[in-house]
Design a protein around this ligand. Structure first.
Ligand SMILES: Nc1nc2c(ncn2[C@@H]2O[C@H](COP(=O)(O)OP(=O)(O)O)[C@@H](O)[C@H]2O)c(=O)[nH]1
Ligand SMILES: [Mg+2]
Length: 164
């Protein structure tokens, strides 16, 4: 009877230190990882969150670090949230790498979390959306009052099923 729950797979990908773990803990500070994943179960949905850390978006690296996510999320709705520290350097690299990322993650909805907005010299949402063509959320993951904005953004992506 309870097997009808919908599965949603979310990968947080990004360079070391951009705030992936902080984002998971902003959603739910009590979440503990099950190996490489975090699981949130609600009445009708099971969310599995993968934290995929990479030092580069080169195709060879992407293939290695995304293998388990791609394999285990085959039957699920798949989302990749690219986490950035919002520096020009990181956003440039993401923008350049989008064609590899799209190839590596088929049938996937992409978005950007532009984290560390409280720090100096961060690119804003408008700028990042223009550079990447992806929906972008400005965030400071260490500020707990920003949780609702994060949750609303993820809900918005899930409600809006275009872009595949
Ligand atoms: N100033 C600031 N620091 C942050 C923010 N998000 C994360 N951090 C800090 O950045 C460091 C790396 O964060 P972490 O979540 O471990 O990054 P991960 O390697 O991507 O998982 C930690 O010291 C966090 O407290 C933010 O929005 N603003
Ligand atoms: Mg981490």
């Amino acid at each position: 009877m309870t097997n009808q729950r919908k599965h949603i797979a979310i990968a947080l990908i990004g360079q070391p230190g951009v705030g992936k773990t902080s984002i998971v803990h902003l959603i739910d500070e009590t979440l503990e990882s099950r190996g490489t994943t975090f699981v949130i179960e609600t009445h009708d949905i099971i969310y599995t969150i993968w934290e995929l850390q990479t030092s580069s978006y080169e195709p060879e690296r992407l293939a290695v670090f995304s293998a388990s996510f791609l394999d285990e999320s085959k039957a699920f709705s798949r989302y990749v949230l690219i986490v950035s520290d919002s520096s020009a350097e990181d956003i440039n690299q993401i923008s350049y790498s989008m064609r590899f990322l799209r190839k590596q993650f088929p049938k996937t909805r992409f978005a950007i979390i532009a984290n560390k907005q409280d720090l100096q010299e961060r690119l804003n949402r408008t700028r990042i959306e223009r550079m990447t063509n992806l929906p972008t959320l400005e965030l400071s993951a260490t500020e707990t009052e920003q949780r609702d904005r994060l949750v609303n953004f993820i809900s918005y992506l899930m409600a809006e099923r275009t872009g595949f």
